[in-house]
Design a protein. Structure first.
Length: 389
C-alpha cells in the first residue's frame, strides 16, 4: 500500500509562531534596545524631580543602568546564544529564560523605587543567575575554553554589590569604584570577542581582505587590559597609569590595523565592528591623558560606553538576529541608520565637550536623542524578527 505524505503549506508571515523564549538573544536584545531607547525619558523624569524617591539617583543611576542594565542584558543574550554553540548543550529556554528576563526587568524597576535592599538583592542576583545558566551547559559540554566568561559574570556581580553596599551606607568604598571595575570587565569582554569575531567576519564577508591575528599582539593587547583592571583595583593613578594606558592603546591600535579596517568601507555589517573597536583605542588614549589631568575622565568613559560598547552592541545585535533567524547577513538602510545614529551619539558626547566645554548640556541632550533614536529604530525594526520564528 502506498504511503501518503501530507505536505502542509508554511504559515504566512503574519501567522509565524511566537518564538521570543526560544533562545537567549531574542528577549534580551529586545529588552536592551527598548530600555536604551527609553532611558532618556527616565533621565528627564529624574531631572524634573518626578523620581526623587528613587533608590539610585542622578549620574550613579545612569552609570549603573547603562552598565549593569543595558550592557549586561546584551551580554546575557549573546552568551546564552553563543554558549549553546560552544558547548553543544541547550541553554535556558521557555519558562527559565522568561524568569531570567523577569529578574532583569525587576532590577530596572526596583532601582527607581525606595526599596534599596531589595533592589540590591535582585540586581546582584541577576549576573549570578546568568553565570549558572551559562556555566552548566559549558560544564556538561566540557567547554573549558569559555569558563572565564562565568568568572567575569561573578566579578560583575561583585562590582555591582560594591555599588549597592555603598549606596546603602554599608561600605565606605566609593560606589564609582564598582562602576570602574565593571567597565574594565566589559573592556576585556569586548577585547576578547572583538579578537575572535572581527577578523573572521572581515575575511568571510570581504574576499581578499586578509585580516590577520598575530598571537603575540593578541596576548599583549588582552594582557594589558587585565593589567589595567588590576591597576584600577589597586587605585594606581598618575604617570604610571598613563604609561600603562598608552602602551595598551598602541597594542590595540596595532591589533586593529592588522584587521585592515579600510577594506570594509562597503560592508556596513563589518565596518560597524571596526568603528566600535576604534573607540577602544580612543578610550585607552583618553585614559592616558586623563591620568595626567590633560582631559576629563568622562571622555574616556563615554568613548568606551557610548562608542565601543554602543557600536559593538548594535553591530552584534543586528548580525546575531539576522543570522540566527535565517536571514541574509546584509545590513539594509535601517541597520545603517542605526549604526550612524549610535556612532553620532558617541561622537557628540565625547568630542563636543572636549572642544567646547560650555556646550556640555547641549552635547548631552543631542547625544541622548541620537542614542535613543538609534536603539528605538532597532526595536521597531527587529521586534517582529525577535518575537517570531
Amino acid at each position: 500500500m502506498a504511503t501518503l505524505i501530507q505536505i502542509q503549506n508554511p504559515p504566512k508571515p503574519g501567522q509565524a509562531r511566537f518564538a521570543l523564549w526560544e533562545l537567549g538573544f531574542r528577549p534580551f536584545y529586545l529588552l536592551a534596545s527598548s530600555f536604551a531607547a527609553l532611558s532618556i525619558v527616565l533621565w528627564a523624569l529624574q531631572f524634573s524631580g518626578l523620581l526623587t524617591y528613587a533608590y539610585l539617583q542622578g549620574p550613579m543611576w545612569h552609570a549603573h543602568e547603562m552598565l549593569f542594565g543595558f550592557t549586561l542584558a546584551v551580554l546575557t543574550g549573546f552568551l546564552l546564544t553563543a554558549g549553546q554553540n560552544w558547548s553543544g548543550q541547550p541553554t535556558p529556554k521557555g519558562a527559565t529564560l522568561a524568569a531570567l528576563a523577569a529578574l532583569w526587568v525587576a532590577g530596572r524597576v526596583l532601582v527607581l523605587l525606595p526599596w534599596g535592599g531589595l533592589a540590591a538583592l535582585v540586581n546582584v542576583a541577576f549576573p549570578l543567575a546568568v553565570a549558572v545558566a551559562l556555566g552548566l551547559p559549558l560544564y556538561r559540554g566540557r567547554n573549558r575554553r569559555n569558563y572565564f566568561f562565568v568568572a567575569l559574570l561573578v566579578v560583575l556581580a561583585l562590582a555591582q554589590l560594591g555599588v549597592h553596599l555603598n549606596a546603602l551606607g554599608v561600605l565606605p568604598v566609593p560606589g564609582w569604584a564598582g562602576i570602574a571595575l565593571g567597565l574594565d570587565v566589559m573592556l576585556f569582554v569586548l577585547s576578547v570577542m572583538g579578537g575572535r569575531v572581527i577578523p573572521m567576519f572581515t575575511n568571510n564577508a570581504i574576499p581578499g581582505a586578509k585580516a590577520l591575528r598575530q598571537p603575540w599582539v593578541e596576548k599583549l593587547a588582552l594582557g594589558l587590559v587585565l593589567l589595567l583592571l588590576l591597576a584600577d583595583a589597586l587605585q594606581v593613578t598618575g604617570p604610571w597609569l598613563a604609561l600603562l594606558a598608552l602602551v595598551a592603546m598602541l597594542a590595540h591600535l596595532a591589533r586593529l590595523l592588522l584587521w585592515q579596517p579600510w577594506k570594509t568601507l562597503h560592508t556596513p555589517l563589518v565596518w560597524v565592528l571596526h568603528v566600535a573597536y576604534g573607540w577602544i583605542v580612543l578610550h585607552l588614549a583618553f585614559r592616558a591623558t586623563a591620568a595626567m589631568d590633560w582631559t576629563v575622565a568622562s571622555a574616556a568613559n563615554h568613548a568606551l560606553t557610548a562608542g565601543a560598547i554602543g557600536g559593538m552592541v548594535m553591530g552584534m545585535m543586528t548580525r546575531t538576529a539576522l543570522g540566527h533567524t535565517g536571514r541574509k547577513l546584509v545590513a539594509g538602510r535601517a541597520e545603517v541608520a542605526c549604526y550612524a545614529l549610535v556612532a553620532g551619539a558617541a561622537f557628540v558626547r565625547v568630542f563636543v565637550p572636549l572642544l567646547q566645554p560650555s556646550w556640555i548640556t547641549d552635547a548631552v541632550l543631542v547625544s541622548a536623542l541620537l542614542w535613543s533614536a538609534g536603539f528605538g529604530l532597532y526595536t521597531w525594526r527587529y521586534w517582529t524578527i525577535l518575537c517570531r520564528a
